[in-house]
Design a protein around this ligand. Structure first.
Ligand SMILES: [Mn+2]
Length: 272
């Protein structure tokens, strides 16, 4: 039975990266950072593993998309599987809205009219089945005993118990527009919200035993932004220039009391 809540141990170093969207080179760089930290390090990707730029965009690359890259989603899926095989139980990917579109979530349309259909055509029948099975096992939230709680989007979610995150079906929303889906309980805000009220996040963190929420989903040109006392939105890859890309590195045995405890150059590090 899959669990939607991933609980990390209180030992080793945790590396967190956001929104790769088919950028294999950025994954490899992040993975090198992770492997350099030894055999009790953990790597958490906060979702949106797949769906990069189409060929037309690659040819006429707009500045706002940062450093040019090609969509290598199929190879990136393989690279994640290989990284998980090489470090059992230490490499994780959370569910993002782009990943969820392959399981019945709203169809994403950043670079194609139907991004899941486009990727599935490239993956073929068997590759699609493998990818869907992999993605269906992605947790919604990761909790580290050091206080850091990870999700794909801003966790603007009223939660009474952690158990409410369990057993949420992936495919019960076919045909939902994004506007409708984002108001669905649990998945809507966790996969799509670009911002969340301080008091809602404070209560979400309290229920999960955490102190600071780390997520991506939105593009932050500067690499990260603190929102209120307990939220940090991080951009590791998508939409950024290489020199601005940021990942998070924290000690799992440490304690991070709030967003300010994640310091630029220390816990918030440049990818390149
Ligand atoms: Mn997203």
């Amino acid at each position: 039975m899959r669990s939607s809540v991933l609980r990390l141990p209180a030992k080793g170093t945790l590396v967190i990266g956001t929104d790769l969207q088919g950028n294999l080179r950025d994954f490899e760089q992040l993975h090198r950072r992770f492997t350099a930290l030894g055999s009790d390090a953990h790597l958490v990707l906060t979702g949106d593993l797949v769906h990069g730029p189409d060929e037309e965009t690659v040819k006429q690359w707009p500045d706002f998309l940062g450093t040019p890259y090609r969509d290598e989603s199929p190879a990136l899926i393989d690279a994640l599987v290989e990284a998980q095989r090489a470090a059992p139980g230490r490499v994780h990917c959370l569910m993002g809205n782009h990943d969820h579109s392959h399981l019945g979530g709203p169809v994403t349309q950043k670079f194609h009219d139907d991004e899941p259909a486009t990727l599935e055509a490239a993956l073929g029948e068997e590759g699609t089945a493998r990818w869907r099975a992999l993605a269906a096992g992605f947790p919604l939230v990761a909790i580290a005993p050091c206080g850091v709680v990870m999700s794909h989007a801003a966790p603007g979610l009223e939660l009474d118990t952690p158990e409410q995150l369990e057993g949420v079906p992936w495919d019960a929303y076919r045909g939902d527009s994004i506007e409708v889906f984002i108001r669905r309980p649990i998945l809507g805000p966790l996969l799509w919200a670009r911002s969340a009220k301080d008091e809602v996040v404070a209560s979400f963190l309290r229920v999960l035993g955490g102190t600071v929420a780390v997520f991506g989903h939105d593009v932050v040109r500067e690499g990260f932004v603190r929102d209120g006392a307990q939220q940090v939105c991080v951009s590791t890859s998508f939409g950024l220039l290489d020199e601005d890309k940021v990942f998070v590195q924290v000690e799992l045995a440490g304690r991070y009391a709030d967003a300010a405890a994640l310091r630029e150059g220390e816990e918030l590090r440049k990818l390149y």
